[in-house]
Ligand binder design. Structure first.
Ligand code: SF4
Length: 110
């Protein structure tokens, strides 16, 4: 479904049927304030870009909302986990490299 920011995101759900205006992020879910989801978070959220770049079925995303300093805007922080390599995926846009070789730019020199 298309987010209020205009990007496709499988985690966004909006119900506008018969005058309803219910929107939610099914990745962040229902969190108590101040870490609750609001539609403005979609604008800078990395998830639509990750989903477009990497459709690996073994990768699971988790999201949390962070504010670096009081008064600054909140932002969505993503953590990715691969069930096949059983580890954190450092570059969710690219993957962990187990199923598909990583491009040279992502391989650390030793
Ligand atoms: S906050 Fe991110 S994951 Fe949640 S609906 Fe918006 S774009 Fe999708």
């Amino acid at each position: 479904m298309r987010t209020p920011a205009g990007k496709e995101c499988k985690y966004f759900y909006g119900d506008y049927y018969r005058g309803k205006n219910a929107e939610e992020c099914r990745l962040i879910g229902h969190q108590p304030p101040p870490n609750h989801w609001t539609a403005d978070l979609c604008k800078a959220c990395p998830v639509p870009g990750i989903l477009q770049a990497n459709s690996c079925p073994n990768m699971t995303l988790s999201a949390s909302i962070k504010r670096k300093l009081p008064g600054l805007k909140r932002k969505v922080i993503i953590t990715a986990y691969c069930s096949r390599s059983q580890g954190i995926v450092k570059e969710p846009h690219v993957g962990c490299g187990l199923c598909h070789d990583l491009p040279d730019a992502f391989i650390e020199e030793q």
